[in-house]
Design a protein. Structure first.
Length: 125
């Protein structure tokens, strides 16, 4: 079976998270059907909500009044959440047994830096 653009076949073992496939449950070639990189509407809504939360927490950390709108806060929050997740994964603290406090702190700190930088850039206009 050929995959559509942006999709790839995923090894059955990797997709199932197992050390070996159970007998008769995976295709003969060892691959499961194509796995795409498309995002569903629930993922987009989740990204916006998380971006809003991270952005608002970042605004609370920055002292003084910020002269940026809610949309900029959401955008900065989404970017900070994505970059913060990548940094946390890079240093090995993204997946813990409990809440990922260190990852959240990284994201909030990045949001605070982003909001302060954007506020300063917009204030110069």
């Amino acid at each position: 079976m050929a995959c559509r653009a942006g999709e790839q076949k995923v090894p059955a073992i990797k997709r199932a998270g197992l050390s070996g496939p159970p007998a008769g449950t995976f295709p003969k070639d060892g691959f499961t059907p194509c796995e795409g990189v498309e995002m569903e509407i629930s993922g987009i809504i989740s990204a916006i909500i998380i971006g809003l939360i991270i952005g608002v927490l970042g605004r609370l950390v920055v002292p003084g009044r910020q002269h940026i709108g809610v949309l900029w806060t959401i955008v900065v929050g989404i970017v900070a959440a994505l970059i913060g997740s990548a940094i946390a994964a890079g240093i090995g603290v993204a997946d813990t047994k409990g809440p990922d406090w260190i990852e959240w702190l990284i994201q909030i700190a990045l949001a605070a830096v982003g909001i302060a930088a954007l506020d300063r850039a917009l204030a110069r206009r």
